[in-house]
Design a protein around this ligand. Sequence first.
Ligand code: AMP
Length: 443
Amino acid sequence: MKFTDFNLNTPLLNGLDDMGLSEATPIQEELFPVAMSGRDVVGIAQTGTGKTLSYILPLLRNLKFSKQRHPRVLVLVPTRELVEQVANEFKKLTEYMNIRIGGVYGGTNINTQKQLIYDGLDVLVATPGRLVDLTLTGTLRLKTIQKLVIDEVDEMLNLGFKPQLQRIIDLLPEKRQNLMFSATLTFDVEEIINLFFYNPIKIEVAKSGTPVEKIFQSAYQVPNFYTKINLLLYLLDVNSDMNKVLIFVKSRQMADLLYSNLEEIFEEEVGVIHSNKSQNYRFRMVKEFTEGSQRILIATDLIARGLDISNVSHVINYDMPDEAEAYMHRIGRTGRAEAEGSAIAFVTEEDNNVWLKIQKLMSTSIKFDQMPADVEISNLEIGEEIKEIAGKQLIKTPKIDATRGAAFHEKKEKNKKENQGGSYRRKLAAKYKKPKTRGQKRK
Ligand code: AMP
């Protein structure tokens, strides 16, 4: 169905036209009439389905010009990056309309945001924590809200935002329309629906092109952290088509540790993103990776979910996620919009259980690839690694030029030495005296 077949007005059609959009996605087509009718809606859809526009279009279609200061539309999203992304989508579409849109999130100056709200807004996009803070200061009143959108609810609950959600909903007028989106329908999500929604219509869409069809999935059985680094360097070295690589790790510490190792080799080509980084740094990392000046981005799940980063050539599960669903979200970052993508999993013995669940969830069987002969197997035990990571001690990885094919082999000897653990690591510890961390680094 084309957008011209929707009951849209000229400014919105012109906005869509400028964005180069003409055909609606399934969720946009299904959701529009229901949302326009004023009923509560629950959309079960992942990023990449066009879900953001599916709620923005009916919201804007129903929004009349007003000089009222307090917002009428509230969109809650779990992360700061999503605030920017969603607010931008609103702004792009309202190019030909007189609508005031603002985004607020934590980690930045609250006074600027107070001013923004004081100046008057029609649409407010926010993370729950900062929104509550703004209501506490008395700057923001929510009694004027007519439409509430909660996007990525499952992620919001994962992040522990339930108390904030409850508080926000208590501040809203009872008579309002609720729209909610979640990639998965978990028990907790159902609970939220039952608590806050009135007889909602459920709309569920599959992601266009399921991962199994569009993403080439492979996996290696890898014994430990250091072998994973060796394998990663090898893959980056030999595969020239690895031009936009998103690497998932399980924690912020792991992200920093891997980053400090890769940065020595790839310098400006590698970035890292997790919740402990400053906001500006996070925005810059996403921007550089999206635009392609950065080849590799190391990320934790919480940050990467929901971000619309296109044309990722490879997703590497450096650490496997705890939940099978998370694997699906991760690899969904590649193979988007008709592009083909690859997903590579590094599976340790501890991950075998989740690996089985993943294959069941994807209704597919993925055989382990043989470890390439050139990849050095580290002899460090998992237990030792955990100690190392807790103390954030760094093991230096070999300096190789990943742009040159033979480089990996030349460094093999050095690599071997560094993987022997014991005395070598003690030497390194003495050399660095204290753990070297990159967490505070601002670039
Ligand atoms: P979302 O699922 O909302 O995260 O959207 C994913 C991407 O799809 C965004 O870059 C949108 O701009 C894009 N998109 C949304 N609707 C359409 C459409 N009807 N046609 C083509 N691309 C779209």
